[in-house]
Design a protein around this ligand. Structure first.
Ligand code: R5P
Length: 311
């Protein structure tokens, strides 16, 4: 089947060059003064979309509110279907609305489920993301009941980039800043042949909402060690900073942070940089260029998966 990649030039355009035989169709996005978005497919007179597999690739950034991306994506799915696409795959490296993957407090929306349902209703057949927050107890497939969904892992890319940047022959011990992300620490350790991985325990006081972190069950000395802390996302930076301080208090020589999604503003990152942390690595799942932050691209990872799953 003919393959067409649709999206903005910098991300979707790059992705299209990595997918076998793919054609690229750019989206021209117009925003009306009230915030309404109009994503137009830049088509010529012929209709290349008919009977094709369309891959819509979106990369979030801080240049637009997240809900504008969402509406733009929904309109584009519906639009390519209307133009005769046979199959629609959505690539959203940062899986939005994934934090709310259950009703944690009475009356809260089950946002992850509703997001999936909106994409499916618009006509999506397949969803590809990078390290969705919904793992473990709530896999993606629980939300996407009518379409195929896959969360690829960029943890090995992050861990290898940290190792290369550190340029040290010392072992790098891998940790997660909470128990939920322990599997990410394990994956990072495997990717760089690290001899140890573990997690810090993070607790939220149900009354005050205050978060505390402590080291538990780590019975090796961290004195003079090189530590990599991995997590799926950094937003306020509080979780990573709390963990980094614990390792420094334990005598760690260097602390590195590796996280998949940099959901932080430049200002938040500047605060992180003031901590005693030597290396910061993230992916380009969210578009941003910040001095001091190394960014690894997920384009090849996604393209490899698409190429090996083309029908
Ligand atoms: C929590 O479950 C996530 O994996 C992250 O640890 C958390 O969302 C990070 O948020 P922040 O940077 O605001 O502490």
């Amino acid at each position: 089947m003919k393959v067409i990649v649709v999206g903005k030039h910098d991300f979707a355009g790059k992705l299209s060059t990595e997918i076998e035989g793919a054609i690229f169709i750019e989206i021209d996005e117009r925003i009306f003064p009230d915030g309404e978005v109009c994503p137009r497919l830049l088509l010529d007179n012929q209709n290349p979309i008919e009977n094709s597999h369309v891959i819509i690739a979106t990369q979030l950034g801080f240049d637009q509110p997240i809900n504008q991306y969402l509406v733009s994506l929904l309109l584009t799915i519906y639009n390519v279907k209307r133009h005769g696409a046979t199959k629609v795959t959505c690539i959203m490296p940062y899986h939005i609305y994934s934090r709310q993957d259950r009703e944690t407090r009475l009356g809260e929306p089950f946002s992850s489920k509703y997001l999936a349902s909106m994409l499916e209703t618009a006509g999506m057949d397949e969803y590809v993301t990078i390290n969705s927050h919904s793992y473990g107890k709530n896999p993606l497939s629980d939300f996407f009941s009518e379409s195929r969904s896959i969360s690829l892992s960029a943890i090995p890319l992050i861990a290898r980039a940290v190792k290369m940047t550190s340029n040290s022959s010392e072992d790098i011990l891998c940790f997660s800043p909470d128990e939920g992300a322990l599997m990410l620490a394990k994956e990072a350790a495997e990717a760089i042949d690290s001899p140890f991985y573990g997690a810090i325990r993070k607790r939220r006081d149900p009354k005050t909402g205050k978060i505390s972190q402590e080291m538990i069950g780590i019975d090796i000395s961290l004195e003079n060690r090189h530590i990599l802390i991995v997590d799926d996302l950094v937003s306020s930076g509080g979780t990573m900073v709390g963990a980094a301080r614990i390792f420094k208090q334990q005598g760690a020589k260097e602390v590195y942070l590796g996280y998949i999604h940099g959901v932080h503003t430049v200002e938040k990152f500047e605060k992180l940089k003031k901590e005693d942390i030597q290396i910061f690595v993230t992916t380009n799942s969210i578009k941003q260029e910040i001095p001091g932050l190394t960014t690894v691209s997920v384009v090849k990872l996604i393209a490899d998966w698409i190429n090996s799953n083309l029908s």
